[in-house]
Design a protein around this ligand. Structure first.
Ligand code: IMP
Length: 427
């Protein structure tokens, strides 16, 4: 299998963890290149559930190298907790199978604190972040006031930079937010200790990835969040703070664009979104409640109920064209059993104008109406089906229609949480 990028083609939570886990034993290296512990990638193996926030989903396969690259915002305390949690459940995590970039930026307690305070400050205009400090950490990175993993390894240097960072953050906390400042020396001693524990994993991951690629090894780039949450191309300002699609790989992982190979988008057979922001096909009624309950649509990182709605072919066509996806994996198709008629969003309308392409230029989505196409549902439970020809006819028709509307082939269907609950169509 050539190297490939697996990314979220909707608003996140598409089921990327499962697909990456499934593909991991066909590659040598799995790489996280952006985002942080705002992600919650769920993998189910032999009835056991694993939720990974920072460690790549290849960790459950012996012999795979897992890389947390420079573009990731790393909360080192969460990372150590995740390593300890995996070890306790019998998964070996060593510097042989986990590599951490010295250039990745560090999320400190002050970033999480400011994430919450900024949301409070915004009030009605809040984003509904995961509270994991993502925005404030990437803001420090862009302002060049952040610390990187490599800085944690030199206690004197780390202490000096952390004190400087906290001086500014405490001024904000005290004078703008009128809250109790952070204890600088407690943070300095805690984080310098963390650096010692992480040191064996730290390396120049970009150099290692380029060498692996040149040597013909296959790399799998594990996207987090979804393209509709991309900092530049998503529903700004209701987005995360990184480049979530394959476009984020070269800079985030430190590899040439040619190293990406194929790109595969992951999308549910319907849509969900967690947090605030535009979601044209959202169901605000009992049907939405039913979909949320059927799909267990509660955040794996925050436990928040996800907003649920019909498949949005306009948004999906946009994310697949933006990323040049070669194919896509449709997940959670089993959840739609018993629903119907199913609706598919095919265009938007506002003020007499019809949009068949994602209207990125609009500053607000207020008043946008969705044009739907109806599709017959199917009453059967398809969770045990493993071949296309065994799917109910209406279900096959639904898949074919979505493929036609988005113009990119479905290369795999997922009908359950377990590794083997898939129908392969070339992937
Ligand atoms: P942040 O990334 O925590 O700053 O949150 C920004 C927006 O992205 C919020 O709407 C979050 O709910 C959303 N978000 C961040 N990470 C994820 C994810 O992994 N899945 C789904 N939504 C996410």
């Amino acid at each position: 299998m050539p190297s490939l990028s697996v990314f979220g083609a909707q608003w996140g939570d598409e089921g990327k963890g499962k697909v990456i886990d499934l593909l991991a034993d066909r590659v040598h290296v799995v790489v996280r290149y952006q985002g942080g512990a705002n992600a919650g990638h769920t993998v189910v193996v032999d009835g056991q559930k694993w939720i990974l926030h920072l460690i790549p989903s290849g960790i459950l396969h012996p012999g795979i190298v897992n890389v947390i690259a420079a573009g990731v915002a790393v909360d080192p305390i969460t990372l150590l907790g995740e390593i300890d949690g995996l070890m306790k459940r019998g998964v070996d995590v060593t510097p042989r199978n986990l590599r951490l970039s010295a250039s990745a930026h560090v999320i400190f307690d002050q970033h999480k604190r400011l994430d919450a305070l900024n949301e409070r400050w915004k009030g009605e205009g809040r984003i509904g972040t995961t509270g994991r400090g993502i925005g404030p950490c990437y803001a420090d990175k862009a302002s060049r006031t952040g610390l990187r993993i490599g800085d944690l390894l030199d206690p004197a240097h780390c202490a000096a930079r952390l004190r400087a960072n906290l001086a500014e953050k405490n001024a904000l906390i005290e004078r703008v937010h009128e809250e109790v400042p952070m204890d600088v020396e407690e943070l300095v001693s805690r984080y310098t200790a963390v650096g010692k524990r992480l040191a064996p994993f730290v390396t120049d991951t970009g150099a290692e990835l380029r060498a692996a690629w040149r040597a013909g090894k296959e790399l799998l780039f594990e996207g987090a969040q979804g393209v509709m949450l991309d900092l530049d191309h998503g529903t700004y300002p209701y987005v995360t703070s990184s480049s979530t699609g394959p476009g984020g790989i070269p800079s985030g992982a430190g590899v040439p664009p040619q190293a990406i190979g194929r790109s595969i988008g992951i999308a549910k057979a319907y849509c969900t979104r967690v947090g605030e922001g535009p979601f044209p096909t959202e169901l605000m009624d009992a049907e939405g409640e039913r979909l949320r309950a059927a799909g267990h649509e509660y955040g794996s990182t925050t436990g928040r109920p996800r907003r649920a709605g019909w498949f949005d072919a306009v948004a999906m066509r946009y994310t697949l064209s933006l990323t040049g996806a070669d194919g896509w994996v449709m997940t959670k198709l089993d959840i739609l059993g018993g629903f119907g008629p199913l609706k598919i969003g095919v265009a938007y309308h506002r003020d007499g104008e019809r949009f068949t392409e994602w209207p990125s230029h609009l500053s607000s989505f207020d008043g946008l109406e969705v044009e739907y196409e109806d599709h017959p549902g199917w009453p059967e439970d398809i969770a045990a089906v493993r071949r296309m020809e065994d799917l109910p006819e209406a279900c096959r028709g639904y898949v074919a229609r979505l493929e036609e509307l988005v113009g990119v082939p479905v290369v795999m269907l997922s009908v359950g949480a377990e590794r083997d609950a898939v129908l392969s169509r070339g992937l």
